[in-house]
Write a protein that binds this ligand. Sequence first.
Ligand code: SAM
Length: 216
Amino acid sequence: MPFKYVIEHMEDNLHEWCILEYCHISTFIPTSNIYFTNISKDTESTLLAIKTLQGANFFTNHIIDLNLKKDKICLLDPSAKDILKPEDGNYFEYFLFGGILGDDPPRDRTCELRKHGFQTRSLGDLQMTTDTAINVTKRVIEDKVVIDQIPYIDFPEIKLSIKESVVMPFRYITVPHPNKSTLQTTTDELKLNLVPLLPEGMIELLKKDGDMAFEF
Ligand code: SAM
C-alpha cells in the first residue's frame, strides 16, 4: 500500500507561495499519493489546471470528515515529542501536514489539526515549509533515511540582487548547486556548493514580493 501525503489547506486564499509549494511536492511524490483536503471547488479548479498537479486527489472535506482510520494517520507537528523514524512507516499509512504558509515567528496553526487527537511526530525543532516537511517525511519513511542524515541548511540568506537579500526563516534540505549564476546564498553552504531546495519559481516570487514575503 503506497503512503499517502495529506495536505489540509488552511489558508483563506490560494497564495502564489502555496501554488509553488504544492507544485513542488509533485516533483518528489507521485500525484496519485497526494491528497489535498479542505479545498474549495474554485481552488480545486485552479490547481487542476496546473499540469504537474493532475492526478492529485482533492476533497472539500476536512481530513477528520473523511472517515479514515485515525490510527493510520500521523500528523507532522513541530511540537510533537517523538521524532519521525523509518519504522513509523510500519504503522502509518497517511502523513498529514498543515497547508500553512510559514510565518516568523511561527504561530502554531498546526494546533488546529492537533486538536483532533491524531498521533504526532516531529521533524525537529525548526519550522520547515510544507513542501520541505513532506520531502523530509518521504525520505525518512520511504527511503529509510534517519532524519539527522538528511543534509539541511537553516535560515538561508538568499541574494535577490547585488544589494538585496532575504533570510528565509525555515530549515531546508540542501542539494548540489544546479547553476551558480541564478541562485546565490551568502552562507557557508555555498562554499560546499550546496543550496536550499526551493520550489521552482520561488526566487522570482521573492523578488516580486520583497519585504512582504513573510507577512501573510
Ligand atoms: N508556523 C507554522 C504553524 O503555524 O504551525 C508551521 C507551519 S509549517 C510552514 C506547515 C506544516 O509543515 C506544519 O503544519 C507541519 O505539518 C509541517 N512541519 C513543518 N515543520 C515541521 C517540523 N519541524 N516538524 C513537524 N512538522 C513540521
